[in-house]
Design a protein around this ligand. Structure first.
Ligand code: ADP
Length: 405
């Protein structure tokens, strides 16, 4: 053979060998990929299946196969339609959904109640998507189902618990209404009568006993009021009222209410109503009076000697109607330690617990005040020094009535 021809033949043989090797490598890689994909597919923790345009199952992963077996569907699904496998009503529904996905070429997710071949009823979320061939035409659907029966059970338990809680809330509200009538009414009667008897009594020792009885009844009444008001207010059923009222009269009325307590402790109770401060304003009289009543009540309670002063003045004005009302209650009492000043607005937080017998109370007053302050878009601030006294300052937006309002 000619030497040149032999060389050409050798080189061609080498090339063919290389191409064969390359082909073999590609085949191995391809098989590797297929194997990997299969493994991933069969490890998916959810049922996945696909069907052709006629609704015939063409594939499913292991999870789907196992799930079907576990619910009593022993026969092979591949090559069958839903009508071969499931009751007609369910199969009709599945086919209808498949056709819709094929037609609109969009993903479809639906909650389905399914009666399984073993008679068990489950709830599942069934998601389906169009399946495309290599030319980009729809050739079937691919779907996956997730069993949400347990989630649904938890959801219904939660719903039931919520309903029960709502019923309990209604019962609690009813109880509070009854308590209002059944406890508060006789208690205030008891306090009123003992107070009256005390005033009339001339015998010194009997008078003292009556004073103590009246004081105890008043404490109980205050405690009861705190709890009742707290429940009512915390239920959030108290709308903010903007009404014209006489602020000066309200402040004087509160001072009058608290005067007996101040007298008992020989504390001076003063009002400083600024000359420039309007007397008639528009605001929430209920909340304002409760804020002031609580602050003054506390000031007297936590003061052993000296004075409690209520100051009312006008703060910043926004226009000729809106301005900030500055309400201050200053006492010369025990003061609040610096580290406790941020905590006093928390409910049931008390400087000295009742069982120490020093000061009574439920620890709810300032928590209610704080809620009112926030509902009024207002601010509250405390400055205090132990053994020197405390000043609570509230800055509350209010407005002036129009002439004919
Ligand atoms: P209560 O008065 O029922 O204890 P409050 O919520 O009204 O509850 O007050 C919480 C705590 O804040 C009180 O227990 C007390 O320690 C402290 N406090 C409130 N006002 C004063 C005050 N004027 N002087 C000293 N301590 C006060």
């Amino acid at each position: 053979m000619d030497k040149d021809v032999k060389e050409i033949l050798d080189s061609l043989t080498r090339e063919i060998k290389e191409i064969r090797n390359e082909k073999e490598k590609l085949k191995n890689n391809y098989e590797d990929e297929i194997y990997k994909l299969n493994r991933i597919f069969n490890s998916l923790p959810a049922s996945v299946y696909w069907k052709d345009l006629d609704g015939v199952y063409r594939g499913q992963n292991k999870f789907s196969r196992d799930k079907m077996r576990s619910v009593g569907l022993e026969q092979e699904m591949i090559g069958k339609t839903d009508h071969d496998l499931f009751p007609k009503e369910a199969a009709d529904e599945y086919r209808k959904n498949d056709l819709e996905v094929i037609k609109i070429e969009r993903e479809f997710s639906k909650e389905e109640v399914v009666i399984l071949p073993n008679g068990e009823t489950i709830v599942q979320v069934s998601s389906k998507k169009p399946l495309y061939d290599k030319d980009g035409s729809v050739c079937g659907i691919i779907g996956n189902t997730v069993d949400i029966t347990e989630l649904k059970e938890i959801e219904s338990e939660l719903k039931e618990a919520k309903n029960k809680a709502e019923i309990a809330d209604i019962i609690k509200t009813d109880f509070i209404h009854n308590m209002e009538h059944d406890i508060r009414t006789p208690l205030s009667g008891l306090w009123g009568v003992t107070h009256l008897l005390e005033k009339k009594e001339t015998d010194k020792s009997k008078k003292e006993l009556l004073r103590q009885a009246a004081e105890a009844a008043k404490e109980l009444l205050d405690y009861c009021n705190d709890i009742l008001n707290f429940s009512k207010i915390k239920s959030g059923k108290l709308p903010v009222f903007e009404k014209k009222f006489d602020l000066k009269k309200m402040v004087e009325h509160i001072a009058k209410l608290e005067q007996p307590s101040a007298d008992t402790k020989k504390i001076k109770l003063q009002i400083d109503y600024a000359k420039k401060m309007p007397e008639i304003i528009i605001g929430d009289e209920f909340r304002l009076s409760k804020i002031l009543l609580n602050l003054v009540g506390n000031a007297i309670k936590f003061t052993q000697k000296g004075s409690v002063k209520i100051s009312v003045k006008q703060g910043k004005a926004f226009n000729n109607r809106h301005f900030i009302l500055i309400l201050t209650v200053k006492d010369t009492g025990i003061g609040i330690p610096a580290e406790k000043q941020d905590l006093i607005y928390e409910k049931f937080v008390r400087g000295t617990p009742s069982n120490k017998g020093l000061f009574n109370g439920a620890g709810l007053g300032l928590n209610i005040i704080k809620q009112f302050i926030s509902e009024l878009d207002a601010d509250i601030d405390v400055t205090s020094k132990e053994e020197s006294g405390t000043v609570f300052t509230c800055s509350i937006p209010v407005k002036l009535p129009l002439l004919n309002e």
